[in-house]
Design a protein around this ligand. Structure first.
Ligand code: BGC
Length: 428
């Protein structure tokens, strides 16, 4: 063998060795597609990765950057079409049932875990139904996020002469005016469609209340979509938009969160994954930052449940990994550590009812208390912007109309409401 051939043989042997060694050690390999890629989100998902690896499985990370998950969904669709879906993927809300109806999700693999771990009694029926298809679990719910939050830097508020967090839209505008006058960015905001609609749905909730929100955003009732309350919501949205970061076009949510954390901006309207960035920056809730319900929505809770679905796999070895992930995800230890890092609250009823015992901070305790209270009053509503209320096609119609609207300061709100109803009708 000449020296070149010997080198080639050595390289190919070397490249084989680590693979066969890890294959021998690993109990199975499972790829997980998700969009938890900001610093705080990564810290949270790394907890699961470490646990699954500790249990002897190989975690293939399928992270797809892009807040809100639209890019991850596109990647997932093309992988499914190519016959190569991952073992596990982050999919939410009614989209889970759509995927399940294609026959691509596994309706068997979670059966025993769900029974042994008593998922039906651990979870609220609303949560369990979200991750079931025809009575079978096809996904494991990970955590609960609340959308209608306002994040505040109290130091910046103090410098701008604002003495309390706003509780009404008028107080919000007054605070934003003071922030502007003091040279701060009033509202950190990344101009991406999902972020625009995150603000939009919080404003709709404030103006129309939970019942009105349900009629328009969940039932997609044409008269609610074009009625005076929706026109008012769009009018208020345009006003809110005037305070948004002028450098925020196309910006990622976490980079905008950083502006509030670093004291350049005073506020951000964002779901509580924003807290993951504050936690990563070693800031304490109630001291370094404030979380308050978006003004006018303290009696309502727009929920967003992250969940991991299981796809049917050709390789039978993946099943054990899928089951391990599902089992770990609903364990008390993971539920606590993940939500502490992620800014969310657990999905387990026992933990939601006793948050102090598990060491959750003030924001998380308020969130759990409101989640349980609002479930009884009808204040608990699914988020449109985060895939919990509608199909992705209808969500796309909302996103287009809302983003076009707030980017055109001359746009007429009544006209935008009509466009909204028409786009949704076409997408249904
Ligand atoms: C997801 C969160 C994620 C956020 C930002 C939401 O739709 O539910 O888990 O942190 O998007 O990417």
């Amino acid at each position: 063998m000449n020296s070149t051939l010997r080198l080639a043989a050595a390289i190919s042997l070397a490249s084989l060795l680590p693979l066969s060694a890890s294959a021998a050690e690993s109990k199975g390999s499972v790829e997980v597609v998700h969009w938890w890629t900001s610093g705080g989100e990564k810290a949270a998902v790394d907890v699961l990765k470490a646990q699954v690896e500790k249990d002897g499985f190989t975690w293939k990370d399928g992270a797809v950057a892009g807040g809100g998950g639209a890019t991850a969904m596109t990647v997932l669709k093309s992988r499914a079409v190519a016959g190569n879906p991952p073992g596990v993927a982050q999919i939410k809300g009614p989209d889970i049932q759509e995927w399940a109806s294609t026959g691509l999700l596994d309706t068997d693999v979670l059966k025993n875990v769900a029974k042994e771990e008593k998922w039906d009694s651990l979870l609220d029926k609303k949560v369990a139904d979200t991750v079931k298809y025809d009575g079978d679990y096809v996904a494991v719910p990970v955590n609960i996020h609340r959308i209608n939050w306002l994040w505040i830097n109290p130091e910046v508020f103090k410098k701008a002469g604002i003495d309390k967090a706003p509780t009404t839209l008028d107080e919000f505008y007054a605070a934003a005016d003071k922030l502007k006058a003091a040279g701060f960015i009033p509202l950190a905001h990344g101009g991406q469609p999902w972020q625009d609609s995150t603000v939009f749905e919080s404003v709709v909730l404030a103006v129309m209340g939970p019942e009105g929100y349900k009629k328009a955003m969940v039932d997609l009732d044409a008269s609610a979509l074009t009625g005076p309350e929706m026109v008012k919501s769009l009018t208020e949205l345009m006003k809110v938009a005037t305070y948004m970061d002028p450098d925020g076009k196309g910006q990622d949510w976490n980079l905008e969160a950083a502006k509030v954390i670093n004291g350049k901006a005073g506020m951000q309207i964002m779901g509580d994954w924003a807290k993951s960035e504050w936690t990563l920056a070693k800031k304490t809730a109630g001291k370094d930052y404030q979380c308050v319900p978006f003004p006018g929505t303290d009696k309502a809770f727009l929920y967003n449940i992250d969940s991991l679905v299981v796809f049917k796999q050709k390789d039978e070895g993946t099943a054990a990994g899928q089951q391990d992930i599902a089992k770990q995800v609903l364990g008390q230890d993971f539920q606590k550590v993940f939500s502490v890092n992620k800014g969310s609250i657990p999905v387990r009823n026992d933990m939601l009812a006793d948050m102090g015992k598990y060491g959750f901070d003030a924001c998380a305790q308020t969130s759990a208390k409101d989640f349980l209270a609002d479930a009884k009053t009808g204040g608990l509503q699914p988020s449109m912007a985060h895939n919990m209320a509608t199909t992705l096609a209808v969500q796309g119609a909302f996103f287009d109309v809302v983003t076009n609207y707030i980017n055109d300061p001359k746009a007429d709100p009544a006209d935008a409401a009509k466009k909204l109803a028409a786009a949704i009708k076409a997408a249904k």
